[in-house]
Design a protein around this ligand. Structure first.
Ligand SMILES: Nc1ncnc2c1ncn2[C@@H]1O[C@H](COP(=O)(O)OP(=O)(O)OP(=O)(O)O)[C@@H](O)[C@H]1O
Ligand SMILES: [Mg+2]
Length: 318
């Protein structure tokens, strides 16, 4: 069953994930274009934003135009915008904004010397850059500038890490909060009144962000994670891993796209490949019988530019 049914849902957030090179970027770009066209017809005020947190982004290749780290309008699709988030840069901005507060917490709670605290803070907290990327999106959502957000994720390993980040970040906040608590306990021994400092406000804000990201990722009404795969044994295995992680984190996922299927052609090679692929297509259908499966044929040319994305979209929105 194709993605057409998604057009009827009040979705706000669609993520595409799967192993390297299976067609995540192509599928997410074609889907974004399909939604933008539909919105132009019936939800004129709603714009679509497609973005990627992939450190090696390729949306620009897919759309055949330059894309910046702020929403860039796609030529030929008035209500479609794309953005390549440089997560490292977002993290730098975050550090500039909150660095002092985090240092405050580390110093007050642990009596570390300045240089020691700075060293601790400069340690890369795994995945913090990506959380900040997602935070950027929740900030956009608050501004209600776009009606739908589509994420082209980096290959599976990276995506799984991204999904576990709210938990990771939560641990990190708990750690900082426990330092805060020690500090406050000490202050209470000497003074009656407790000040709410900037550092406390920072912790509160981070907690809210984590909560927001988690709620969004787990919201059945607003969110859909579409798994892209190919009809090979590795593809089946990676799909199993990805779907079980999605289940573990309660992230709604009801669609699988099987890409690069050989067309039914007369050549012996195509026949042989197709027959082999059908074995895996059937295995995927059987294993994930609760998922809607969309099959996409291998095209003669690579997917590049609006025209080729539109033609790909015909297979997604039948
Ligand atoms: N159905 C298809 N027919 C022909 N070419 C395709 C098809 N799907 C994808 N491609 C091509 O395969 C290559 C990889 O596709 P794409 O970049 O979408 O994959 P990806 O999963 O995003 O890769 P990565 O993991 O590197 O981000 C691209 O050159 C794309 O044009
Ligand atoms: Mg890609």
């Amino acid at each position: 069953m194709p993605l057409t049914e998604l057009l009827e849902k009040p979705l706000q957030f669609i993520m595409f994930g799967g192993k390297g090179g299976v067609g995540k970027t192509s599928m997410s770009a074609a889907t974004a274009l399909g939604f933008a066209k539909e919105y132009a017809k019936r939800r004129k005020n709603d714009k679509v934003l497609i973005f990627t947190t992939d450190p090696a982004p390729s949306l620009a290749d897919s759309f055949g135009q330059k894309i910046g780290n702020e929403p860039t309008q796609i030529e030929g699709a008035k209500n479609l915008f794309a953005m390549e988030i440089d997560a490292k840069k977002v993290l730098e901005e975050f550090k500039k904004e909150y660095g002092e507060d985090i240092l405050d917490i580390l110093q007050e709670g642990t009596y570390l010397a300045n240089e020691e605290a700075e060293e601790l803070f400069s340690l890369d907290i795994p995945g913090l850059d990506e959380v900040m990327g997602l935070k950027k999106i929740t900030d956009f959502m608050d501004s209600q500038e776009f009606g739908l957000y589509i994420v082209d994720t980096a290959p599976t390993g990276h995506t799984l890490r991204l999904l576990t980040l709210p938990e990771l970040l939560d641990d990190w906040i708990k750690f900082l909060a426990s330092l805060r608590w020690k500090y406050h306990a000490m202050v209470r021994q000497f003074a009656r009144e407790e000040r709410v400092t900037k550092a406390d406000q920072f912790l509160l804000e981070m907690k809210k962000t984590v909560k927001k990201v988690r709620e969004l990722l787990q919201d059945e009404k607003r969110t859909e994670f579409i798994v892209v795969t190919i009809a090979e044994s590795m593809g089946v295995r990676e799909t199993e891993d990805l779907i079980s992680t999605l289940e573990k984190f309660h992230i709604p996922s009801r669609h699988i796209i099987i890409n690069n299927i050989f067309p039914k052609e007369d050549s012996d090679f195509a026949k042989f490949k197709r027959k082999n692929q059908e074995k895996y297509i059937n295995e995927i259908k059987k294993k994930f019988s609760n998922h809607a499966i969309t099959e996409v044929l291998l095209q003669a040319d690579e997917i590049q530019g609006i025209k080729s994305l539109e033609s790909l979209g015909k297979q997604l929105f039948v």
